[in-house]
Design a protein around this ligand. Structure first.
Ligand code: NAP
Length: 673
């Protein structure tokens, strides 16, 4: 392969670092793959470019427009994925490892794109919670909102997933409307640069939305402000250095840290040798040790088993690991490739020695084995055993970032909880059990120390995504040692890049700010039925007022017999009267909903295609026989999903003859745009 000089992408142009380039060797044989460096870059100007060019352009777009960009980015990565697979091998990774990184990265963009279009409004502001009434007459209300930070997101990534690691941070950042400056780890920067280049060449994002630093970050941190955010993945050591940077502390710069942790897996007390859970545990521990040569922040470093099963665990794992073929990641029969670099391999060897010095002993694998390819950073899987996990801190603290795990015994669930938590916080913990009681006791005792916990057994193994896979819809991150942050988690991850503000004013002002109809805000009564209008003809606040109808005792009895809902409150006058809630028999809530639909629906085929759900339903005032009801149907928000469909959110307000609110809810319909 021709050695390339990696380029920085600063202020919308590609530039070469002007001095002190670093060599990046291939993990397979140590040959030179690329040179990298960021000397001569004006980092302050980069930040300003993000703030002044990228940020305003992104903030002009709605969540949905940005979500569609994420989808397009995922598509171009997928279309050119083979270029990335070719580079992936030089990192020591097999094609299967690369799949997690490359296609997993694109999948994360797709997932955030779809979440963004389904769960965020087609607007510029995200609401947090419901309107808070602050006054008797309703003229003074409060609403929490999220708006994008007006600085830049600085992403500092680890070497192990150069594509996924970049995209899982970019997805929520761009969806939030914040520009990013990406700094990949040097050891695999050539793969990150290639994926970044694909996104730039596709010309999907506005100018200034993303920039790239291949090399050190110079004085970038000196220029950070409280509107910027640093999102870091890497070692605890570097995290500490960066989060205590004087500017970060002085300016209260947000700092999201995903750092190393000692993730554990537990063989349940019920999972004796011979049970499906025992076999699944062995398989998972071995998989986590060997996928990506164990260079996964989520890998199982501590495998705990009931003391009486530990020998069986050791035998089964050693046997399985002995079948792992370590070699050239390009070869189809290779199970495990190389570590990222010789220095990484040496670091893992040193950590193994540290564990040995603390009393653990190697029971499988030789850390000093000859590499299958001269000059390559290979290391076979190494299994250690610590018979006294209480006698040493090292097995709960020392992270060999490679194909290394330590098995250890526990006495009972209380002991297992205490051992698991002795890691002082981890990203993920798995438990292999078929006992709901064991799962309950263990999770309730340990959840506070772990960001994600999965219980695996014979019932979910076929569909499980496994111990080591962070998912875009679930939080990734953990307390304490794991960094104390969360990433992803669907829309939760987007909010890291936004500011929450409590807005207090009249409903009309809140409606204007949030680009939504707010109950109590201005309505525009229309005389054409809204079901006859396309989404572009419907305006926020357009209101259709229905005729009213009286609800009779015969209606209530008919509904009760027809549906089978003969609850006392509808059918038994004495019992209803005796209740602390009603003055006598009342109409069913579901009857009110059905009559409401009967009042507001316009029946013929038209722009409204289907009712897709109700949200936030509240019954506020009982409706008694002979009361009447009417409906006001108001366009609350709308979002176009594609050229064929979109969603309208309607505020439905049901009133009685005294204009008291009987029920409110949001109705969702699928519409023609
Ligand atoms: P690292 O040495 O801490 O490096 C992480 C990133 O920080 C790299 O991009 C590195 O750039 C950069 N960096 C280092 N010093 C810096 C400084 N003074 N200023 C600005 N940036 C700096 O970690 P690593 O060895 O690459 O990654 C392995 C570690 O990451 C393991 O401990 C693993 O557990 C952890 N990890 C955690 C997660 C998670 O999600 N929690 C995921 C993956 C990995 P250079 O490469 O250019 O030095």
């Amino acid at each position: 392969m021709k050695t390339s000089q990696l380029l920085n992408y600063e202020r919308d142009r590609w530039t070469a670092g002007d001095s002190a380039l670093s060599d990046i060797p291939s993990a397979i044989d140590g040959s030179l793959v690329a040179r990298t460096g960021s000397g001569g870059i004006d980092f302050g100007a980069m930040l300003n470019h993000a703030r002044e060019v990228g940020g305003p352009a992104l903030r002009q777009l709605t969540f949905h427009e940005r979500a569609r960009m994420l989808k397009a980015l995922g598509q171009v990565i997928m279309a050119r994925k083979e270029e990335l697979y070719e580079l992936n091998y030089f990192t020591g990774a097999t094609r299967k490892d690369g799949w997690i990184d490359i296609e997993g990265g694109a999948g994360t963009l797709f997932s955030f794109s779809s979440k963004g279009r389904r769960e965020l409004p087609d607007a510029h502001v995200l609401l947090d919670g419901q309107l808070e009434g602050l006054s008797k007459q309703g003229t003074f209300v409060g609403q929490h909102i999220y708006t994008p930070l007006q600085g830049a997101a600085v992403h500092i990534n680890a070497f192990n997933f150069p594509v996924w690691g970049m995209l899982e941070k970019l997805a929520p950042t761009i969806l939030a409307g914040v520009p990013a400056i990406v700094k990949p780890a040097s050891a695999t920067a050539y793969l990150a640069e290639a994926a970044f280049r694909i996104m730039i060449e596709a010309n999907i994002l506005p100018a200034g939305a993303i920039q790239l630093i291949v090399g050190g970050v110079g004085d970038l941190f000196d220029h950070l402000t409280g509107q910027d955010i640093v999102s870091f993945t890497g070692s605890a050591h570097t995290a500490l250095k960066l989060r205590t940077h004087p500017t970060v502390m002085r300016e209260s710069v947000r700092f999201v840290a995903e750092q190393d942790s000692l993730n554990a897996s537990l063989l349940g007390p019920d999972a004796a040798p011979g049970t499906p859970e025992f076999d699944l545990f062995i398989k998972e521990v071995a998989t986590e040790m060997t996928v990506k040569a164990g260079q996964k922040c989520t890998a199982i470093r501590r495998a705990m088993a009931p003391a009486q099963y530990l020998d069986a665990v050791e035998r089964a794992l050693a046997e399985r690991l002995a079948r792992t073929k370590v070699g050239d990641p390009r070869a189809e029969d290779t199970h495990m490739g190389a570590l990222v670099s010789i220095s990484q391999r040496d670091d893992v060897r040193a950590r193994i020695r540290e564990l040995e010095a603390a009393g653990a002993r190697i029971v499988a694998g030789n850390p000093d084995a000859e590499p299958p390819i001269e000059g390559g950073a290979f290391l076979p899987p190494v299994l250690l055993r610590a018979d006294d996990p209480w006698g040493t801190d090292a097995v709960h603290d020392c992270e060999p970032f490679g194909p290394v795990s330590t098995i250890m015994p526990y006495r009972d669930i209380a002991d297992a909880i205490a051992l698991a938590n002795r890691g002082r916080g981890s990203l993920v913990l798995s438990m292999f059990t078929h006992s709901p009681e064991a799962a309950r006791d263990f999770i309730q005792g340990a959840a506070a120390y772990h960001g994600r916990m999965l219980v695996l057994n014979r019932d979910n193994t076929a569909e499980s995504t496994g111990h080591g896979s962070p998912l875009p819809v679930l939080v990734h991150g953990g307390p304490g040692r794991a960094g104390g942050s969360e990433e992803m988690g669907g829309v939760r991850g987007v909010k890291h890049y936004m500011q929450r503000t409590a807005i207090q004013s009249t409903p009309a002002m809140i409606a204007a700010v949030t680009e939504q109809y707010i109950p109590g805000g201005p309505k525009h009564v229309i005389d054409v039925h809204p079901f006859r209008l396309t989404m572009s003809e419907l305006q926020i606040g357009d209101t259709w007022k229905t005729a009213s109808r009286t609800v009779t005792i015969a209606d209530i009895e008919h509904f009760a017999q027809f549906t089978g809902d003969t609850f006392y409150a509808h059918m038994d006058q004495e019992a209803a009267k005796a209740s602390p809630i009603f003055e006598g028999r009342v109409a069913h809530g579901y009857l009110i909903l059905s009559f409401a639909a009967g009042l507001f629906v316009d029946p013929d085929p038209g722009p409204v295609l289907a009712n897709t759900g109700l949200e936030n339903l509240r019954f506020l005032t009982p409706l008694y026989p002979s009361d009447s009801m009417r409906v006001e149907l108001t366009v609350r928000a709308k979002s176009i999903k594609s050229e064929e469909t979109g969603q309208v959110r309607w505020a439905v307000e049901v009133f009685n003859q005294k204009d008291e609110l009987v029920a409110t809810y949001d109705l969702l319909t699928e519409n023609v745009p």
